[in-house]
Design a protein around this ligand. Structure first.
Ligand code: HEC
Length: 94
């Protein structure tokens, strides 16, 4: 009987540990605060040069930047928020 109680307690502890690990790993998938706080300039300078030269804001008109933004969002796997920040920066810095 005593043995059975120990096993019960042990499994309760295991369930709690598993729950904590699950919760922390789910949170780990959310972008960190540091990433979410990045400005359009930062995202532009860090991301676009992964594949080609970083295009200067003066290369395209504001309307064209909207289209390029959508195109490059799919290429660069940017979030909606990241695309908006980058496009805002490109449109405002021409
Ligand atoms: C994962 C790689 C990748 C990343 C990251 C990337 N691009 Fe591109 N980009 C491409 C490729 C490939 C092309 C060539 C056109 C095509 O086939 O899509 C291109 C073309 C372009 C063009 C030419 C016009 C057009 O729409 O095709 C512009 C402007 C451009 N990228 C801007 C950007 C900006 C701004 C960023 C940063 C937010 C960026 N790119 C990030 C891969 C990338």
């Amino acid at each position: 009987m005593k043995k059975y109680k120990t096993i019960q307690r042990l499994s309760a502890v295991l369930i709690i540990v598993a729950a904590v690990i699950t919760i922390t790993s789910i949170n780990g998938c959310a972008p960190s605060k540091a990433v979410a706080a990045k400005t359009g300039v930062q995202l532009w300078s860090e991301n676009c040069q992964r594949c080609h030269n970083t295009p200067s804001p003066s290369t395209f008109s504001p309307e064209m930047w909207e289209t390029v933004g959508m195109h490059m969002q799919t290429r660069a796997l940017l979030t909606e928020d990241e695309r908006k920040k980058i496009v805002e920066f490109l449109k405002s810095s021409r």
